[in-house]
Structures are given as structure tokens and as C-alpha cells.
Design a protein around this ligand. Structure first.
Ligand code: GLY
Length: 367
């Protein structure tokens, strides 16, 4: 089975990627040496398809399991749900010898991972991501947390999972929009670290949800190497993963959570970042065109059409937790696969970039 190891001294773990591996979750968790009472956290949509499979597999491996449901959607990534889930775990008699299984997309993974990080001062967490975003990005690297009205992920912790189990077959049941938004993160990986992947993404059929496990593993490995270099986002390497996310997160927060999917907001943010890259780091316009065409190919929006004002986006930007001493390092591209952190992006330039992403592009989806 394609396996990607994340080597982090005391908290190293494996990412297992295989079609159908969901059915073997219990035995694989046992083989990873994880013991105790399992708290299976998922959302009502995922539960319909996959809860029983994972629960039966855990029980067959000898685990006692309690199931905990959250409502689907970004609005569940909040402190109220942290409290509700924690109460639910207490009621089901979980304690420090338990472990959490996060079954779902980015919302479930971030929320359940955060609960695992604080419940009884920290439980092991197994991530079983079921969306593209989660399999290539959010389930890996230990960032957990919840949103506040002022911004994304403002409350959270670093809590590395003990194991990640990715089954590409779970992508087959995703709604089109949710499937496509994940490719914003895949394209991001290609843009910042793996330009050779671009041709492959251009040749894929965006209507075919049967994704090669090797593509998931290739992206998991990009994320894993970056996390190994800079686990706590201190040296600047991990910050490169925020390409497109500075403006993207601000748009996502300004549009009210759930209006735009995460990957859709990131697609808009990437267009802004490409504009800024041409201005500041001299990125060639032909590369911008190629990346924008790839976003269009994956049905991702590139034109900001909502009523969000530049001021609202700036207010959300100023609350971004990555601001230090009033400055916000901005991820820009120099050339394919080569990203840098720049301190040269001013307020005025960001305004220009936001105006730019309001201009129509022929053939592009608007959001
Ligand atoms: N999703 C960005 C990171 O994990 O650092």
C-alpha cells in the first residue's frame, strides 16, 4: 500500500493510502499500536456512507466504539461544537485512555483533532480524511482548531495525528463542488513545490472522481516533507503552504462561512497572489495564464462577484493570526515550483489585487 511517513521525532506517523482501506481501519489502527475506547467523530453526511464501515472495522479489531455526530459544514467549526463534543465524550465515559477517530473532511478533522488535543489534556487522534482537501492537506501536519467570526482557525493547537488512513474511494461520493474545491490545494502543491505535476493535472478528467492513490500519496508526501522541515511554522517553509490563502481566507471569512467552499476561496486568493507575484517577484505572465487555466479546468472560481467590499477583506486580513508587528509575510511565486515569503506586499498592492480579481475572465466561473 502506498505509505508516506511523517518523521517528527517523538510524534512520527504514517499516512496509508489505498482504495478500500476504510474497511481495514480497525486492524491498521491496532497495528499502529493505538489502544483504548474509540470516539468516532463524523458529520451527518459522511456518516450515511462510511460510519458503519469504520465502526464495524473497529469493533472487529476488538475496540469499544462510541459515535459522535456534528452537523455538516464550516459553521460546525466553532467553540460551541467543541463543548458539545467534549460533553458527549464525557457522557460516553471516555477518559485519558481513549482515542479519537476523525472521519470526514477538513471541518471534521480540524474540530475532532482540536477536541483530541484538549480532552483530558490530549488523546491520540487517527485521521480518516474523506475529501480531497483533507487527504492532501488538512489531515496531515497536526493543525487543529476552530473559526471565530473574525477569522479562520483563530483558536487551535498543534496536535499531530497518530495515523492517517486515506481511502480514495471515499471521493466517489463527494458532491461535484466539494470534489473540485480539493484540487485548489493540489494545484497549490504543484505551484509551490512540484511543477511536474501540472501536466498530469491538466490531463485529468475533472468529472472522473476515481482518483489514483498515487496522486493522493504524491500530495501527502509534499505536505509531509514541508511539515518535517517546519512543524510549527517557524522557519517560513510551512508558511509557503499558505500560497493563495492570505486573501483566500479573508474572502472566506468576509463571505460568511459556508457561502464559498474553502478551495473556492483559495482559488480566488491564488489569482490575487499570481497578480502580486507578477508585480513583486517577476513571475512570467505565461505561468499565471497556465495556472489560471488549470483552475478553470477544475471548475474553480476566479472572479470575485460577491458583495464583499475591499474594506471587509482588509478587516479580515488585519485579524489574520499571521500578522506580526503589523506586517504580513505574503507567499509569492518566482517561477514554477518556486515560492518565497515576501515582505514587499503593501496594503495598496493588496487593494489592487482585490480589484483585479473582480475583473471577468472569459470562460471562468464567478463566486
Ligand atoms: N494547511 C496549511 C498547513 O497545514 O500548514
Amino acid at each position: 500500500m502506498p505509505t508516506v511517513s511523517v518523521n517528527l521525532k517523538d510524534c512520527s506517523y504514517d499516512i496509508l493510502v489505498e482504495q478500500g482501506v476504510l474497511h481495514r481501519a480497525g486492524e491498521l489502527i491496532k497495528a499502529a499500536g493505538i489502544e483504548g475506547h474509540a470516539a468516532l467523530i463524523t458529520d451527518a453526511n459522511i456518516s450515511l456512507h462510511y460510519s458503519d464501515i469504520v465502526k464495524s472495522s473497529l469493533q472487529a479489531a476488538g475496540y469499544k466504539v462510541s459515535a459522535h455526530l456534528i452537523p455538516p459544514g464550516e459553521t460546525s467549526k466553532c467553540m460551541d461544537q467543541v463543548q458539545l463534543l467534549s460533553r458527549s465524550l464525557i457522557e460516553q465515559h471516555h477518559d485519558r485512555s481513549s482515542f479519537v477517530v476523525a472521519l470526514g473532511g477538513g471541518v471534521v478533522g480540524d474540530l475532532a483533532g482540536f477536541v483530541a488535543s484538549i480532552f483530558y489534556r490530549g488523546l491520540p487522534c487517527v485521521q480518516i480524511p474523506t475529501t480531497v482537501v483533507a487527504q492532501v492537506d488538512s489531515a496531515i501536519g497536526g493543525k487543529t482548531g476552530v473559526n471565530e467570526p473574525e477569522g479562520k482557525n483563530l483558536i487551535g493547537s498543534f496536535h499531530q495525528p497518530s495515523l492517517v488512513i486515506s481511502d480514495p474511494d471515499t471521493l466517489l461520493t463527494l458532491p461535484d463542488r466539494v470534489f473540485h474545491e480539493g484540487f485548489a490545494e493540489v494545484i497549490k502543491h504543484a505551484a509551490i513545490r512540484d511543477a511536474d505535476m501540472l501536466g498530469h493535472l491538466e490531463s485529468m478528467d475533472p468529472n472522473n472522481k476515481s482518483v489514483d492513490p498515487e496522486l493522493i500519496a504524491r500530495n501527502a508526501a509534499i505536505k509531509a516533507r514541508i511539515v518535517e522541515e517546519d512543524e510549527r511554522e517557524q522557519s517560513g517553509t510551512r508558511a509557503l503552504l499558505n500560497f493563495g490563502h492570505t486573501v483566500g481566507h479573508a474572502i472566506e471569512a468576509s463571505a460568511e462561512y459556508g457561502t464559498l467552499l474553502h478551495g473556492e476561496a483559495i482559488s480566488l486568493g491564488v489569482r490575487a497572489a499570481l497578480y502580486l507575484s507578477e508585480k513583486v517577484t517577476g513571475l512570467k505572465a505565461s505561468y499565471t495564464e497556465r495556472l489560471l487555466a488549470l483552475h478553470r479546468h477544475w471548475n474553480l472560481p476566479l472572479v470575485l462577484e460577491t458583495e464583499i467590499s475591499n474594506d471587509a477583506i482588509h478587516t479580515a486580513l488585519s485579524r489574520d493570526k499571521k500578522f506580526k508587528n503589523g506586517k504580513r509575510p505574503f507567499v509569492l511565486l518566482c517561477s514554477p515550483g518556486d515560492a518565497v515569503l515576501s515582505e514587499e506586499v503593501t496594503h495598496d498592492l493588496i487593494n489592487e489585487a482585490i480589484d483585479h480579481i473582480r475583473t471577468p475572465i472569459e470562460g471562468s466561473v464567478a463566486a
